[in-house]
Design a protein around this ligand. Sequence first.
Ligand code: SF4
Length: 357
Amino acid sequence: MVLEVLYPALGIEVIPPPPITKKTIEIGVKLAPQNACFPMKVTLGNFIEGIEKGADTIFMAGGVGPCRFGYYGQIQRIIIEDLGYDVNFVLIDFPRYGWKNFFSSLKVMIGGKWSISRVHHAVRLAWNVLRYVEDLEKISRKVRWKLESPSQLDALIEESLKEVKKINSIAQLEEIRSNTLYEISQLNILEKKEPIKIGIVGEVYIAQEFRVNFNIEKLLGNMGVLVDNSVSTVEYILNFFPFTRSREKEEAWELAKPYLKRFIGGEGIDTVGNTIRYAKQGYDGVIHLYPFTCMPEAVAKSIVTGVGRDYNIPILHLAIDEHAGEAGMITRVEAFVDVLEMRHKQDVREASHSLNE
Ligand code: SF4
């Protein structure tokens, strides 16, 4: 979505891969090493589908250890070359790992159409679009649980995002934003008691990509649960630049310190810190989403189990890979929400008892 705004603003044609489907996953699973992480398999499937549609250049984020993310781009490049596809595979190294590599990736991305004002405009526009998309997700989480008709919210968001794809200025984006927010504020709200509150923690790809996590945020919201997702693409990108880490991220890392003092790759520390944050903020439960075989999240899982005991907050761990099924996942989430509702009612009863004593 963001790239669909960025590249046209740079004067580059973009061929978005088709939305992730079972077929995308099957392609990735067939071609990737069996024990590779699930996000690597899905993105490989995306790349192949994009190439089949006519893409001739692929961009993939680079990175460094300690987890396997750092070399996935290289493996994907080799697999694509071995299949005989003639594409330019560009690994984007972020500034945290050296400005020189970052600028050379940027140069390839922009090609011969380099002009500072054009790049500035395109990047600013894309960044604002990304922030708007995340804002819409946040608003959706805040209101969905109490809406009379959540499908109206989905229709508004879909329409708004369709409009965003056509913009070429921030003023147009702001107009769409204010119209959409106004329309959302006009949706019918039901009178409801205080909802169950669930926080989502985990690995960035699984926690953010609704097509692989079976749209868990929507599922919970439609069940009347108020959801918060601690994982943000904006923060993920900021973390790759020096001195731009958000206050929330700093706080989460600080909270995690008594349990985990060093970087273990991926979002491991964030998972621990944000679980503690949710417990301190009075959330009823936490859902931990991660790819099966993810090393940092496996470490975080064992720590978070202890955090759950220490802070008396229930945690549901959901590992997702190509074998995960929607029905099984829904059943587990529903059972978890039932448990939280029982605990919630018990707390309310106990609180009113002590008030009457
Ligand atoms: S964070 Fe986890 S899923 Fe992502 S590359 Fe590292 S080990 Fe794999």
